[in-house]
Design a protein around this ligand. Sequence first.
Ligand SMILES: [Zn+2]
Length: 382
Amino acid sequence: MIRFCTRCVYPETKPDLAFDDSGVCSACLGFEKRAEVDWADRRRQFVEVTDRYRSKQGSNYDCIVPVSGGKDSTYQVIRLIEHGLNPLCVTATTDSLSEIGRRNLQNIGKLGVDCIEVSVDPVLRRRINRIALREVGDISWPEHVLIFTIPVRMAVAMRVPLIVWGENSQNEYGGPATAQESQVLDRRWLEEFGGLLGLRVSDLVGLEGITERDLIQYRYPTDEDLRSVGVTGIFLGYFFPWDGYQNAIIAQGYGFETFPHVVEGSLASYENLDNHQTGIHDYFKYLKYGFGRASDIANNHIRRGRLTREDAVRLVRRHDGRFPSTYLGRPIEQILAEIGMSLDEFNSICDRFTNKRLFRLDNRGKPVRDADGNLVPEFTLS
Ligand SMILES: [Zn+2]
């Protein structure tokens, strides 16, 4: 039987999550520490840091801000403009950009900023989607690499040393204390927490005809290049109290568009709107660890007093881990066709990555599915 946090709904199977003696998880404990933070002082620190990097006489951008076009990146850009900064927005195009995602990206430009979008070879990328899904059960692996490497490469190319990232995911979602308190994102952070699941970029060379020269944008700049520009990254979430829901409200006030209904497998209509493959990514998290995006969102609300644990339990049981038959309205067959994969192969990859201790199996050890294609959990969130 797996144990859940007594305050939120995270299971003990979540990677890097620890529990204290009263059964409270490290994500909740980390959040509690926020009450002790002097946010006015953090804001002063933010002004101090950004002033140090501000371009003299406006000859270059003051900072790079990585933007997906989501609520958080919209909010980041708004905060930077508010502080009189002139950011260069850098977008790594998502794996399978949705129409609403494209409109939200265009909306960022309308805030009054310059934007650069880097779109890597889509043929190669789909090959990598397929390889990563087969090898490590993560269709979004190339996206998670590129959202980190492309802004850093651009910082070097444009000689803009400061990169302003959004939240430190180790903070909001729990993680080792040193990673939670970190305010900078460097190569080590990326390698440890960037979600690469042990598959290194260099491992791709030789697979399905991939060569070194196909992977330029997937590589982090060299230490020498980083040093010559003095590239450094900060998390905005260290300086301003981070809340995705609040960010969505602010972003909407500046033209950010939400989905007409709650996104499949989620509890929100205001996030993860830019990539049709995200439903598959989140489903694999559920197969491996027994929780999905609905848990993440419910927990963010619980910690901020907007949802009781009791209500969260009901909502999560209803929405988490549903088979992703559509995402943002697009049928899974179509999403898989883009990466050249059949539904049969997809299902067999799902079975391979399903945590056999968490779900009901048939007498041959194969995960059992109900009439809607959903797994039958052997654990009960309560
Ligand atoms: Zn918790």
